[in-house]
Write a protein that binds this ligand. Structure first.
Ligand code: PMV
Length: 333
């Protein structure tokens, strides 16, 4: 039996603008997904996922993972995740990366995090019908922080190209950081939000200026991170959220949660990921009042999560510490 785990992520700054060549900062969460794979030895024919026959509609990431890293016969796949799904927190990349990791471990193909990141991105690319950036799978493989930039520089990890797009991914060291995540439980589709911004950009020069302003906020946030200046990082987040609202990808609920977090003393708050629903994040010295304020405005399960945790790793197949290694959001303990 082989097991691997990988973390979820948040985009701290730069979503949408990164599509137009600006930088983005994505960071690993201390919430993980764990996958085990084992050859099926009971004489049964097909692969089982959590005891169910493999189904293309339900297990699309596993189906593509089995194509990209063929195990050579039917397998038993077990998944376990603390990353909330459909919340813009990288749950599908965490699942994909952990599945690919477990399959690479089983087939003696586990080499390094770049091999894993590339194979996991190939799976995500196929599962999403030829869309999506390698950001989530790169963070899931590498952990810590990942800076996506228009050109490679120091701390370069790898470069990924698809069609006309090219992403240069870099390691980013982070100070110890905890954030509050508020999941709106509304579903936004990344492809719809990216298309909405593309239309706006095609129509007006103003949208381009807003994109450039998100780029400036990301650079200010990067400097603030390097200086461990939480106040400056918070104001970069506020600025980015305002620009994302102007681009039309926020929602009244995301705005309400961000405003509630700020009023409760957060340094800053913003939507994370593609928007149109999903989650917001808030940076605060004291998370408890922010959690209380989010609950008050209707957020069901605000989470306090640590940022910058480890990337994908092989796990002992069984034994103590298994569940703990997946992380436990403090606010739901
Ligand atoms: O919703 P997420 O976490 O997959 O983030 C998408 C990030 C975008 O910048 C909106 C799109 C992209 O391809 O970079």
């Amino acid at each position: 039996m082989n097991a691997a785990s990988a973390p979820g992520k948040v985009i701290l700054l730069g979503e949408h603008a990164v599509v137009y060549g600006e930088s983005a900062i994505a960071v690993a969460l201390d919430l993980r997904t764990r996958v085990t794979v084992a050859p099926r030895t009971d004489g049964g024919g097909g692969t089982l996922v959590n005891g169910q026959p493999l189904n293309v509609a339900y297990h699309v990431h596993v189906v593509h993972a089995l194509d990209v890293v063929p195990p050579g016969g039917p397998v038993l796949v077990e998944t376990e995740s603390r990353v909330p799904s459909a919340a813009g927190l990288g749950s599908s990349a965490a699942l994909t990366t952990a599945t690919v990791g477990a399959l690479l471990a089983m087939t003696a193909g586990w080499k390094d995090e770049e091999t894993l990141a590339r194979a996991a991105y190939e799976v995500e690319w196929r599962a999403q019908g030829g869309r999506g950036s390698p950001t989530d799978t790169s963070v899931a493989a590498h952990g810590r922080g990942v800076l996506v930039d228009a050109s490679p520089h120091e701390r370069h990890l790898w470069t990924v190209e698809r069609g006309t797009r090219r992403w240069h991914l870099h390691d980013l060291e982070l100070p110890p950081l905890r954030i509050v995540v508020g999941n709106t439980l509304d579903r936004g589709r990344t492809a719809d939000q990216v298309a909405r911004v593309a239309k706006f950009v095609a129509r007006t020069g103003f949208a381009r200026e807003v994109i450039a302003d998100i780029g400036r906020a990301t650079r200010a946030g990067l400097a603030a991170l390097r200086a461990s200046d939480m106040l400056a990082l918070g104001s970069a987040m506020d600025r980015a959220h305002n620009s994302l609202t102007t681009l039309g990808v926020s929602t009244p609920r995301l705005d309400l949660y961000c405003e509630a977090a700020r009023r409760a003393g957060a340094f800053g708050a913003k939507l994370t990921g593609s928007g149109g629903g999903g989650s917001m994040i808030a940076l605060a010295a004291d998370a408890a009042p922010v959690v209380a304020a989010l609950r008050k405005v209707g957020c069901r399960e605000p989470l306090i999560v640590a940022l910058g945790g480890p990337g994908a790793r092989r796990e002992p197949a069984e034994g103590p510490g298994r569940t703990e290694s997946l992380g436990q959001p403090e606010a739901s303990r």
